[in-house]
Design a protein around this ligand. Structure first.
Ligand SMILES: NC(=O)C1=CN([C@@H]2O[C@H](COP(=O)(O)OP(=O)(O)OC[C@H]3O[C@@H](n4cnc5c(N)ncnc54)[C@H](O)[C@@H]3O)[C@@H](O)[C@H]2O)C=CC1
Ligand SMILES: O=C(O)/C=C/C=C(\O)C(=O)O
Length: 486
């Protein structure tokens, strides 16, 4: 059984309180590790270490050296690829085919891409005319923001944590990470890679624990934190703003979604089915960008539903290391109960269940895991709970539509605005519809095709701010204008 400790000032340390909690494998519900629960003391130590590293070796390191170290971190993740893969799959139950394709490579890329992006970024300068005719020169310089608190979720643990830590470190900041209590392993393993890569002590710190009245809250309310970046539920984002409001600092929030997939009759149906299958069921539906509302133009509705059903029923649930597995379990028993409560609500609200709706029969060690069936509903009004609320499970409601105007109105009629997918071969329509959707990202004829240089974030209740490319640079640095009278 693995003991999972905090990583503070370059060392693995236990909690002074002696408090621990269980690390469970969601595929089996077995206790596979013991995690130290951080309190005020560990958060205090981690923030102090991050502040000292900022003033010391990291803050004074030449840019080229810092970027070379971040390349070594990426190489270090790749060199220990199989260990990261196993750690991520044990924590989440996700199939290794998925984690090997997405989670671990993106974990490494998040360091390389941002190191390369930020190496040569210019800033603005302006000449100002003055009455004496000599003028003044203004130029802006970027400084690291300082100590960044990173609060990360359990659905794509390494990917989403490094998506923030990579650019934060590339900009010269130091970080204290509070990973999700459900998925402590890869964040901890990254500490070993940081040390091996030569990252100075205190630059990357990890404190384990929960949210309210635990490490998460202690970190986000700490007065010596200069910025908070968070991915997770909208309600948690609101709680973090409220709890930390005494201190003025920037926040960057990537929150929930209830994303539409819009399928026009002129789409390439094979591509639309393949993309919608991924966007609904990948990672057992636990992706904030995933599609939970599918709108299909009426002439192809029956055919689409028939083929989506066949795809869902062909998914293979099983162990993470079985090459045949295409869908894993949900993250926890608690989340399983939440998703099943929506399965029940859908029926109570009058849905026709096309497939799924319950719990699959799993055998052997998997019998006690957090498994649910991939599920498709039709026949609900747009006001139904499962059409309006984020479920975060392998399920969707499919609705026929008759006009562009109608589908745009429905697509926008939620409090969320994170992502959308549009399937059409008509490029004028693609641009027209994309322009009218309330979403931070619209994919046309694709889903989860990511370019890390682009703005990423949500509208409405789906987030505050954008990260990615120069937008990460904006969040993780402070701009200072220097005005020199000539
Ligand atoms: N990317 C997304 O949009 C995600 C959405 N979710 C949604 O959120 C639901 C709940 O999942 P959770 O893991 O509980 O998500 P969450 O939003 O509660 O947790 C995300 C992170 O925030 C921390 N946290 C929670 N409360 C906090 C607080 N008051 N102060 C500081 N940190 C805090 C957690 O410990 C974790 O590290 C899921 O059922 C799903 O619907 C969950 C994970 C990711
Ligand atoms: O940055 C990405 O490519 C993925 C983002 C996904 C989420 O934010 C999520 O699922 O929570």
């Amino acid at each position: 059984m693995q003991e999972i400790k905090h990583f503070i000032n370059g060392e693995f340390v236990g909690s002074q309180s002696g408090k621990t909690f269980a690390n469970l494998n969601p595929a089996t519900n077995q206790h596979i590790g013991t995690v130290h629960e951080g309190g005020q003391i560990e958060v205090e130590q981690a923030v102090a270490a991050a502040r000292a590293a900022l003033k010391g070796p990291w803050g004074t390191m030449p840019l080229a050296e810092r970027m070379a170290i971040l390349h070594k971190v990426a190489d270090g993740i790749n060199a220990r690829f199989d260990e990261f893969l196993e750690a991520e799959c044990l924590d989440t139950g996700k199939p290794k085919s998925l984690a090997a394709h997405i989670d671990i490579p993106r974990g490494a890329a998040n360091f390389k891409v941002f190191a390369d992006l930020f190496k040569n970024v210019p800033t603005e300068s302006f000449m100002l005319d003055t009455p004496d005719g000599k003028g003044a020169l203004n130029y802006a310089v970027r400084k690291p923001k300082g100590v960044i608190a990173v609060i990360s979720p359990w659905n794509l643990p390494l990917l989403l944590m490094t998506w923030k830590v990579g650019p934060a470190l590339a900009c010269g900041n130091t970080v204290v990470v509070k990973p999700s209590e459900e998925t402590p392993r890869t964040t901890t393993l990254l500490g070993e890679v940081m040390n091996a890569a030569g990252v100075p002590k205190g630059v990357y710190n990890v404190v384990h624990g929960f949210g309210p009245n635990s490490a998460g809250e202690f970190l986000t309310t700490h007065p010596d934190v200069d910025g908070i970046t968070f991915t997770g539920e909208t309600r948690t984002g609101a709680a973090i703003i409220k709890a930390s409001s005494a201190h003025i600092r920037h926040v960057s929030f990537e929150l929930g979604g209830k994303n539409p997939g819009i399928v026009f009759a002129d789409c390439d149906l094979d591509k639309a089915i393949e993309g919608t299958m991924r966007s609904v069921f990948a990672n057992c539906g636990q992706v904030c960008l995933g599609t939970e509302r599918v709108y299909v133009e009426r002439p192809i509705f029956d055919e689409f539903v028939k083929r989506l059903k066949a795809g869902a029923e062909a998914l293979q649930m099983g162990a993470w290391d079985d090459a045949c597995t295409s869908m894993g379990p949900l993250i926890s028993q608690e989340h399983k109960q939440k998703v099943l409560s929506y399965y029940q609500k859908a029926v109570e609200e009058g849905a026709t269940v096309i497939t799924g709706g319950g719990v699959p029969m799993m055998s052997g060690a998997l019998a006690e895991g957090a498994w649910v069936q991939p599920t498709i509903w039709i026949g609900l009004p747009e006001t139904a709970s499962v059409v309006q609320e984020e479920i975060f499970g392998p399920c969707c409601h499919v609705q026929p539509f008759d006009s562009e105007e109608q589908v745009i109105e429905w697509a926008n009629a939620t409090r969320y605005g994170l992502a959308a997918a549009v399937w059409t071969e008509n490029s004028s329509r693609a641009h027209r519809v994309a322009g009218q959707l309330d979403a931070g990202i619209v994919w046309v004829n694709s889903w989860f095709l990511r370019d890390l240089r682009t703005p990423f974030g949500g509208m409405k209740h789906s987030g505050i701010g954008r990260e990615g490319g120069v937008h990460s640079l904006e969040f993780y640095t402070e701009l200072k204008n220097v005005c020199v009278k000539l």
